[in-house]
Write a protein that binds this ligand. Structure first.
Ligand code: S3P
Length: 179
């Protein structure tokens, strides 16, 4: 079974946009675990407020295993908190090449201000301090990825090129050409 390419990183670091374009370039499937959860259970913010974070993590876990257990390898963009769950970490370690899209807290802050999509974990507390605090706590989880893209000074296209170069260097093949 081929391994997937999983994009990990903090909220609003561009995982979904980059993942969709990367998959298109590679000619392989794209999955977004937040989208899969929304499709099955409704909006993320509503899940957090009506059912709590634990319910969201259960739904997210099911989405991640569903994707990683399929035998057609693709690109998967993960929610920023997916790696906080040990079972997800194990599955991803076994079934995916993890790529950390590393954006600075300052850039995350700017992006979060621009977006209409709410992130319940920072709702009502969108400050650089809150972002840094959560980011610092999660950094060791993200930093265990097989590859890290320092994304701050790169355009979306450059991030994708960086990932493709890394995949080639590692001789990792996905999609129509690699099946
Ligand atoms: C979360 C990140 C979000 C979403 C949810 C929780 C987190 O995804 O899964 O709001 O815990 O960091 P993005 O990383 O796509 O924003």
């Amino acid at each position: 079974m081929k391994r997937h390419v999983a994009l990990v990183g903090f909220m609003a670091s561009g995982k979904s946009t980059i993942g969709r374009k990367l998959a298109r370039k590679l000619g392989c499937a794209f999955f977004d675990t937040d989208d899969l959860v929304v499709h099955e259970h409704g909006e993320v913010a509503a899940i957090f407020s009506n059912e709590g974070e634990a319910a969201f993590r259960r739904y997210e876990r099911a989405a991640i295993s569903g994707v990683l257990e399929s035998d057609v390898a693709g690109v998967v963009a993960l929610g920023g908190g997916a790696l906080t769950i040990e079972a997800n970490r194990e599955l991803l370690r076994d079934r995916a090449y993890r790529i950390f899209i590393k954006a600075s807290p300052e850039q995350i802050m700017a992006r979060l201000k621009r977006t209409r999509q709410t992130r319940p974990l920072l709702a009502g507390n969108l400050s650089l301090t809150a972002i840094k605090e959560l980011y610092d706590r999660r950094m060791p989880l993200y930093a265990s990825a097989e590859h890290i893209v320092e994304a701050d000074r790169l355009s979306g296209r450059e991030v994708i090129d960086d990932i493709i170069t890394w995949l080639r260097t590692e001789k990792i093949e996905l999609g129509a050409l690699g099946r």
